[in-house]
Design a binder for this molecule. Structure first.
Ligand SMILES: [Zn+2]
Ligand SMILES: [Zn+2]
Length: 270
């Protein structure tokens, strides 16, 4: 979900990380995925290099990368609180990241429930909200960037699956919402049908009770080959609200390489 946002006042990079799933359909990443991973990391580095602010919403390695701390040199860094409302594995990763960047960053601000203004741009961070429904996955902070338009980055709320995450979105009433979507590919293993329905219902509520114009839905949803079905359902809630993937928003064709991994291995995708 690595995202660059620019206003007249400030250039912001949210969650500078990219990862490939080590095991999907009992297969390791295909070389297409590994090539794309390298390309995306280079792109992230380029966009971060022109950013003033870097935000890390939580400490999963698809949202930050401790292997290249030079990324944080002379940036104002906004971090999810490293010790409060955090699960043990993310706390360990947060401590490691802080040690790496403390001497490099221009400033470090902890974000949980934080607000700041830079010129006419307001950045509002949510209270810590659950990474889905189970506390074992930890917490994230959602990010609202407000200037002429309001852009909201949900981070990993898996839908949203919980009320707190949804409430922040509804109260913020963004023009553009970028949300990770439900992990429908884990249906039957980690999630019940009712969880997925709940996530879709919550997204419908967001569309119905806000002035959102564009919903970008990606990340977890794009790990499912049938992602389109969920986009279709949501497109019917308010027909003038655009529901789109991150690729679609950027005017590109979707390439859900992980979901296509089996087909990549047998050469059915070119
Ligand atoms: Zn995560
Ligand atoms: Zn993630």
């Amino acid at each position: 979900m690595a995202t660059y946002v620019e206003t007249k006042d400030v250039k912001i990079f949210i969650d500078p990380g990219v990862a490939v799933s080590p095991d999907r359909y009992s297969l390791p990443p295909h070389h297409f995925e590994l090539d794309r991973h390298r390309e995306m990391w280079q792109a992230i580095k380029q966009w971060v290099s022109i950013a003033d602010i870097v935000i890390v919403t939580h400490y999963h390695y698809d949202h930050h990368n401790p292997d290249d701390p030079t990324l944080y040199d002379n940036k104002d860094i906004y971090l999810k609180h490293p010790r409060e409302n955090i699960n043990p594995s993310q706390q360990e990763r947060a401590t490691a990241l802080l040690a790496l960047i403390e001497q490099r960053a221009r400033s470090i601000t902890l974000t949980d429930n934080h607000k700041c203004e830079i010129g006419n741009t307001r950045i509002v961070f949510s209270p810590p909200v659950g990474h889905g429904i189970l506390p074992k996955l930890g917490y994230v902070t959602e990010v609202l960037v407000e200037e002429d338009e309001k852009f909201l980055f949900s981070s990993d709320v898996q839908g949203p699956l919980n009320n707190e995450a949804m409430q922040f979105i509804i109260e913020s009433s963004p023009d553009i919402l970028y949300v990770d979507g439900p992990a429908t590919y884990l249906l039957g293993s980690h999630y019940k049908k009712s969880d997925i329905n709940n996530a879709i219902e919550n997204l419908s509520k967001v569309i119905l009770s806000t002035n959102v114009k564009t919903v970008i839905i990606d990340h977890h949803l794009m790990r499912d080959l049938n992602w389109n079905e969920y986009i279709d359902i949501l497109s019917k809630v308010k027909p003038h609200v655009r529901i789109v993937t991150a690729a679609g928003y950027c005017g590109r064709q979707e390439e859900p390489l992980e979901a296509l991994r089996q087909q990549l291995y047998i050469g059915q995708v070119v």
